[in-house]
Design a protein around this ligand. Structure first.
Ligand code: COA
Length: 171
């Protein structure tokens, strides 16, 4: 549960029935790339333990997709973070990240990675704040280059690596 003012936001694991609505939320959150509904359905199914949905009065207002990097079980990769406009600026994205990291079944995680385009000020602010909160060092480098990997059709995606860190877990 995340509260601000009179509002109570429920944070929970995504379920397959969320996939379609999540897809719509993402399409309302530029500059995020939209995904196929099928992709969001898989995130809400196979990757639900490392993803989160935020619900305000029964409406999905936030979503994070993440997965554990297959050959690095201690590293959580955050794929996308989406917060509906009406729920921005009150700490929801940060508390969704915290929610994933504090889950008992994620206690092996000691590093977070994500990619961010240089122009996404809000996203840099979010992940730098996360590093600060975790008291963890962070590092930035080019991961997917605009020309080399996107044929010049997309900004370069810079890798943000946070860690190592320790987190408190649910009892
Ligand atoms: C980026 C996004 C997820 C932030 O969600 P949010 O719930 O408003 O973020 P929070 O309130 O948890 O803010 C976390 C930190 O980032 C900062 N921040 C958030 N939005 C910001 C903005 N537009 N400009 C500057 N800083 C911003 C906050 O001030 C806070 O830092 P602080 O605690 O030091 O003040 C949201 O704006 C969004 O969905 N944007 C569109 C999609 C996107 O770009 N996603 C991220 C790429 S994966």
């Amino acid at each position: 549960m995340y509260e601000y003012g009179e509002n109570k936001i429920t944070l929970r694991l995504p379920r397959p029935s969320d996939g379609f609505v999540v897809s719509e939320l993402i399409s309302q959150c530029p500059p995020l790339d939209t995904n196929s509904t099928y992709c969001n359905l898989l995130q809400c199914t196979h990757f639900s333990r490392t993803s989160v949905v935020a619900e305000l009065r029964g409406e999905i207002v936030g979503f994070i997709s993440g997965y554990v990097i297959p050959d690095r079980p201690n590293c959580l990769f955050i794929w996308q973070v989406a917060v509906a406009e009406q729920a921005r600026g009150v700490g929801l994205a940060l508390s969704m990240l915290r929610d994933i990291l504090e889950r008992n079944h994620n206690r092996q995680i000691s590093a977070v990675e994500t990619t961010i385009t240089e122009s996404n000020i809000a996203s840099w602010a979010l992940f730098e704040r996360l590093a600060q909160e975790l008291k963890a060092p962070f590092n930035k480098s080019v991961f997917f280059d605009s020309n080399k990997h996107f044929a010049g059709n997309h900004e370069s995606e810079l890798l943000m690596q946070i860690g190592p860190f320790c987190t408190q877990h649910e009892s």
